[in-house]
Design a protein around this ligand. Structure first.
Ligand code: AHR
Length: 501
């Protein structure tokens, strides 16, 4: 049996686990908003049209901050279309997803939904087809208390009090040729800088996210971050990272180890941001908003031949509805471990996305809502990861992967909130259990509170409409505590969280 040994010490911390690390993302895309969170006429919908069964699942998932309304969608979006009397709102073409946007849900409705689920709004502005003027009008509409035409418009639309939105994204994936208004780093950097300055003139409290590369595999990755930050360093707080992973060509070992790539991605962006800090002799530190991450079978989506015609613009088509397996959940657990291990520099992260569209929650129109496999590592981590992230001293046997060479058989992260230690473990061995010991002597542990996770004899098992509870959280009864040492046996290809009091 493979083995791994971890040593933890309360004095050795990475940094506080900021709650925004457990954010989500809702884009006007496919059946995410319409026929997802919003389905008037569904038996569980309230008078506002929002499905309460979905609200309950989102609450259970534990997302703290929700990025909205895109994504690629935002680069053609007119926020004004989504406010005012619903019956008078225009139907528009959504070029990003070749759909019709009905605008039944806009800023007010979405903020109301966030109040139902108990999450914070992270709002993106359109820097694709629009610019500083529209962005600062939106900040005025959303955040200025009263006394102007825009604030009077907000009040007339039913909201006297300002929304008080703090986190804002300066566009989306502006390096991507698929993006409406795609531009080079110089041009985007200048646009983002002038937009950020204008927005901050309206509300100096804003926390601003500038677009990093849309993935680490973009040819301009690294250089894009440097140039954009040279233009915006004094104007923004965070730079974005986006990463999607998938099992390619049946290479499960590499897929489970996707956290190795995420580690390298984060560390490269941190290095680039700190390089620009050095160039500018600045004391300010730019942190990361990892505002799109997940498993997404993107290559399947790109391979599908889609022919768009000028007369076919569906409302809420079924798009990007990946059905997730146990292996996908174990990988998501590994990515959460990577995020926790960079808690000092990753200030915020958004699981992309939330409902139906590459989401941990699925719905059927007129029918049920259920948890995908990826729901479980997220919901457990969002609750158990409290206090500070701890440095994990890890001594583990290797496992060989095609993509990353030899990697530790176990990926691990840990947190401590003053009374409980939570340890997050991923076993990357596909066929064998791994025996793990965790030296917790400095914490004087008393008992194992919980040890649960995701694994299955069939790593490709899924939850779907017919079998919505095929995969769930399992309890690991091998967890034991003796003389300050936790021992646990991790099943093959598994993700586990253990909390010790
Ligand atoms: O999450 C799906 C899409 O992925 C988003 O719209 C875009 O930002 C990214 O390319």
């Amino acid at each position: 049996m493979a083995r791994a040994h971890l040593t933890l010490d309360p004095a050795f911390t990475i940094g506080p686990v900021r709650r925004r690390l457990f954010g989500g993302f809702v884009e006007h895309l496919g059946r995410h908003v319409y026929d997802g969170i919003y389905e008037p006429g569904h038996p569980s919908a309230g008078p506002d049209g929002f499905r309460r069964d979905v609200v309950e699942l989102v609450k259970e998932l534990g997302v703290t901050t929700v990025r909205y309304p895109g994504g690629n969608f935002v680069s053609g979006y007119h926020w004004e279309d989504g406010v005012g009397p619903v019956a008078e709102r225009p139907r528009r073409l959504d070029l990003a997803w070749h759909s019709t946007e009905t605008n039944e849900v806009g800023l007010h409705e979405f903020q109301h939904w966030l109040e139902l689920v108990g999450s914070e709004l992270m709002l993106a502005v359109n820097l694709g087809t629009r610019g500083p003027q529209e962005a600062l009008e939106l900040v005025e509409y959303a955040n200025v208390p009263a006394g102007t035409a825009r604030t009077a418009q907000r009040a007339a639309n039913g909201r006297q009090e300002p929304f008080g939105i703090t986190m804002w994204c300066l566009g989306n994936e502006m390096d991507g040729p698929w993006q409406l208004g795609h531009r080079n780093a110089e041009d985007y950097g200048k646009l983002a800088s002038m937009t950020a300055k204008a927005m901050r003139q309206v509300d100096p409290r804003l926390e601003l996210v500038v677009c990093g590369s849309s993935s680490r595999s973009m040819p301009t990755f690294g250089e894009w971050e440097r140039v954009v930050l040279e233009h915006t360093y004094d104007d923004v707080d965070y730079i974005s990272c986006h990463a999607y992973y998938e099992e390619r060509d049946g290479d499960l070992a590499s897929f489970l180890a996707s956290g190795v790539d995420m580690d390298a991605f984060i560390e490269s962006v941190v290095a680039t941001a700190d390089h620009v800090r050095a160039l500018r002799r600045s004391d300010k530190r730019i942190d990361i908003s990892f505002d799109e991450w997940n498993v997404w079978y993107l290559s399947r989506w790109l391979e599908q031949s889609r022919t768009f015609t000028v007369d076919d613009w569906p409302v809420a088509p079924r798009l990007l509805e990946d059905v997730y397996s146990v292996a996908d959940a174990v990988t998501v657990g590994g990515l959460l471990i990577s995020l926790l291990n960079h808690a000092d520099r990753v200030a915020s992260a958004s699981l992309a996305q939330l409902v139906n569209v590459i989401g941990p929650i699925m719905t059927e129109p007129g029918g049920p809502a259920w948890r995908q496999t990826t729901f479980f590592p997220f919901s457990v981590t969002a609750r158990a990861a409290q206090g500070s992230a701890l440095r994990v001293a890890l001594d583990a046997d290797p496992v060989t992967t095609a993509a990353y060479g030899d990697v530790p058989v176990v990926a691990a992260a840990a947190t401590f909130d003053g009374s409980s230690v939570s340890v997050f473990l991923q076993n990357r061995n596909l066929t064998e259990a791994t025996s793990v010991t965790v030296d917790l002597g400095r914490f004087m542990p008393s008992r194992v509170v919980a040890a649960r996770g995701v694994w299955d004899e069939d790593v490709h098992a899924v939850n779907d409409l017919r079998h919505p509870e095929r995969v769930g959280l399992r309890s690991n009864d091998t967890a034991a505590l003796a003389d300050g040492t936790l021992t646990i046996e991790l099943p093959p290809a598994s993700w586990t969280a253990v909390t010790v009091a």
